[in-house]
Design a protein around this ligand. Structure first.
Ligand code: ZN
Length: 290
């Protein structure tokens, strides 16, 4: 089984061109040479290629509405059956959406968009899947669709830096109006797996069919001036409600794992060592105790 890399590939920049799918595979951008979606139902999808396979695809650069796979007659490109969320690639895209995983986007010359290259394939950067929906496509069958928003710009150094700034700003602004995207890191995934995606405060586990959802909450916040780390001793597994309440200081946790501000105590796996100084920091700097 291939090892999936999520995110940018070292040495590959947005706008880089590749003559064919073999070259894309060799560059580790997209490991499969025929399918448009690279990934599986366990890890999620790491990459998609748009190359005119589905006429319902929509692409304005920073936003793409991508059609899942299945039910397509490869010769006529017409939809001849409904698509299903359970098809491997479609499920992989749902997993990526739920875990906030970055997805590489590559456009081929056959993809009808002004962002497509004249020939071959062009790497278009990292996107995040922000929502999904099902609807009747142009050929009259159900299609699975995903809205992708561009994450950031990763251009060669000789590209215009001002365009980079503008793009970054726009992307940031659009996220604010869409939803709260919680991105998985390796550490957050490990902690969520350890608790089987069950909230350490209320014990609730949310799932979309069989895709489990929980959030990794940093006890000592990341970034300045807090300086919290993305390490297992600074992360707990919470449901979205308790994550927001914890981040906003509506409750905190003492050194014996009793909850302060709300009733109860925090469950802790014997395999999970929390740094008590991080809890102390949360009590002293984040918790609103008046
Ligand atoms: Zn909870």
């Amino acid at each position: 089984m291939p090892e999936y890399i999520f995110g940018d590939i070292n040495g590959v920049f947005e706008g880089d061109n590749f003559p064919d799918r073999i070259a894309l595979r060799e560059a580790k951008i997209h490991l499969v040479t025929v399918a448009g979606i690279d990934g599986n139902r366990n890890v999620g999808a790491s990459s998609i290629v748009l190359n005119g396979g589905y006429k319902d695809d929509f692409d304005i650069g920073d936003e793409i509405i991508y059609t899942g796979h299945g039910g397509n007659d490869t010769n006529s490109k017409r939809q001849i059956a409904d698509q299903s969320w359970e098809a491997i690639g479609n499920k992989a895209l749902l997993v990526s959406e739920i875990h906030g995983l970055p997805i590489r986007v590559t456009r081929g010359a056959k993809h009808k968009s002004k962002h497509s290259p004249q020939t071959g394939y062009q790497y278009g950067g990292l996107y995040t899947i922000v929502d999904h929906f099902q609807e009747i496509g142009q050929d009259g069958f159900l299609i699975c669709r995903y809205r992708l928003k561009k994450n950031s710009t990763n251009l060669h150094e000789d590209e215009n830096p001002s365009s980079l700034l503008t793009n970054a700003k726009e992307t940031k602004r659009s996220y604010v109006t869409i939803l709260r995207i919680i991105r998985d890191t390796r550490i957050s995934r490990e902690i969520k797996d350890l608790y089987n995606y069950t909230c350490q405060v209320c014990g609730i586990m949310i799932s979309l069919r069989d895709i489990k959802y929980a959030e990794a909450a940093h006890i000592k916040p990341l970034g300045q001036p807090h300086g919290g780390q993305d390490t297992k001793d600074n992360v707990i597994c919470l449901c979205p409600n308790h994550h927001v309440m914890f981040d906003k200081g509506m409750f905190t946790i003492d050194s014996k794992l009793n909850l302060i501000g709300i009733d109860g105590y925090s469950k802790l796996s014997s395999k999970h060592q929390i740094d008590l100084s991080n809890l102390k920091y949360h009590r002293e700097h984040v918790y609103i105790n008046d």
